[in-house]
Design a protein around this ligand. Structure first.
Ligand code: NAD
Length: 438
């Protein structure tokens, strides 16, 4: 770290107060590769304090009427201009631990906090150590909106330390987690001794299936966006594109032509389509997948290793990568099986409906899929047989927050959405009262 430079220093938000931590982690600006902020490296002690604050706040918060809780959520929603109002009706139950990833740091965190507190729980949230500033800024708005101390506690820190302390805390009975499948598996193991209630939103390896009657004028630009929006760092991004053989070459030509027009650069530049990847380590991981594909005989049509990056001087050490298109790749290659979570998409040809359903389902994940066809019967047939929690037809990323959301297979357990969140964050009790004469 450069000496003499000043950094933004974050503090945990516990019991309505900002509390300093005894040690800190460096957080990097991905567009420059420089440290720009210090994040608390919290552990057991900080998690214990947050759980205590949440327990103290629980009796008061859970006994408020749904309308009173809704009022505060609406206030917070106004302050951050978010969707929180959707959850502002309902019942109660316990201390919830909420763990979120680095991609879409505000959206994924509020999507957990809002239903949990609307239903009367008090929460301890641990955002990703890589993108903690958004959550820290939200803490200031929590106080401003008038939430009682301890209803929402935010503890910053790494997964193995702060995250693990939260997951294995005996007084936290619900864990709602969004992140990688590997961490999800670890959370299942660590919470098993307490039989905690878990909601796990995990990784994906999402297919797009393009039949020969698809409207390519719509399909090509949407498929480019579904592959590369937010650097491909959205769990719902497409990473395998299956194209029916008789339109394969036409699709490929149009797709690559459109991808090459995407401008990669500093996210503050309004003319840019794609910014940097989240971290140095993640960039190395994504590049390694491309290298492996090449070694296995795949063809890289554009992007990494083919075209050059053109970056301003101050962004030369940022974590940038060009959108990369891979073809001639086997279904069992790691690029076609593993979640890469970056701007890399593989395109392959298929002949029949039966074949493409089998191949699209041939991965361990089942989060989201897209089907492109003007044949309504086919769209319904294929969508029904895809082992995927969500299927879009002739579009991508159109969502109504009331609809259930979540994956199948290694993509998750439990679903989110208004009704599903209600079931997760509340408890149904049976109380039998026998009246006796006194
Ligand atoms: P990650 O699993 O590395 O980390 C996610 C969170 O878990 C972070 O806050 C991290 O600190 C914490 N964590 C890590 N190890 C932990 C442990 N042992 N115990 C408790 N907490 C721990 O994931 P990431 O790299 O931050 O995010 C990318 C992943 O998230 C991708 O796999 C992506 O598909 C997935 N994701 C899924 C959805 C969905 O809705 N299904 C949405 C967004 C992201």
């Amino acid at each position: 770290m450069e000496s003499g430079k000043t950094y933004l220093v974050l503090e945990n938000y516990i019991g309505g107060q900002f509390v300093p931590c005894s040690s800190y982690l460096d957080s990097y600006d991905p567009s420059t590769g420089e440290v720009y902020c210090k994040v608390p490296d919290s552990g057991q002690e900080e998690i214990d304090a947050a759980v205590k604050a949440a327990q103290n706040a629980f009796p008061g918060w859970s006994s408020k009427s749904p309308q009173e809780r809704a009022k505060l959520l609406s206030k917070l929603a106004d302050l951050i201009e978010d969707d929180l109002e959707l959850f502002a009706q309902a019942e109660s139950k316990d201390q919830a631990g909420l763990i979120s990833p680095w991609n879409l740091p505000l959206y994924l965190l509020t999507w957990k906090i809002a239903p949990a507190i609307a239903y009367g729980n008090t929460v301890i949230a641990k955002p990703s150590e890589i993108t903690s500033v958004t959550a820290w800024m939200m803490c200031k708005l929590l106080s401003k909106a008038g939430f009682p101390p301890g209803v929402v506690n935010i503890v910053f820190g790494s997964g193995p330390k702060a995250g693990d302390a939260l997951v294995s805390h005996p007084e936290v009975s619900l864990i709602s987690f969004t992140g990688s499948t590997l961490t999800g598996q670890r959370i299942i193991e660590r919470s098993a001794p307490y039989c905690k209630k878990l909601s796990l939103e995990l990784g994906g390896k999402n297919p797009a299936i393009i039949f020969d009657d698809a409207n390519l004028d719509e399909c090509v630009p949407v498929s480019v966006r579904s592959s590369f929006a937010n650097q491909g760092e959205i769990c719902l991004c497409t990473s395998r594109i299956f194209v029916q053989r008789n339109i394969y070459h036409e699709f490929l030509r149009k797709f690559v032509e459109a991808v090459k027009k995407w401008k990669v650069g500093c996210p503050t530049d309004p003319t840019v389509d794609m910014g940097p990847l989240i971290s140095k380590e993640h960039l190395a991981k994504v590049k390694n997948y491309i290298k492996r594909a090449k070694e296995e005989g795949a063809e890289i049509l554009c992007g990494e290793g083919i075209n050059g990056l053109d970056l301003p001087t101050r962004n030369q050490h940022g974590y940038f990568l060009l959108p990369t298109v891979i073809t001639t790749i086997a279904d069992d290659s790691s690029c076609m099986q593993d979640e890469i979570f970056g701007p890399v998409t593989c395109i392959t040809a298929f002949d029949t409906e039966e074949e493409v359903i089998r191949r699209a389902n041939g991965v361990k994940y089942g989060l989201a899929a897209v089907v492109w066809s003007r044949n309504v019967g086919r769209v319904h047939r294929v969508a029904k047989r895809l082992r995927s929690g969500l299927v879009w037809t002739n579009c991508w990323l159109i969502r109504d927050l009331n609809l259930p959301f979540g994956g199948m297979k290694a993509s998750g357990i439990g679903r989110e959405g208004a009704k599903d969140s209600y079931e997760f964050f509340t408890e149904i009790k049976t109380i039998t009262i026998k009246h006796t004469e006194m």
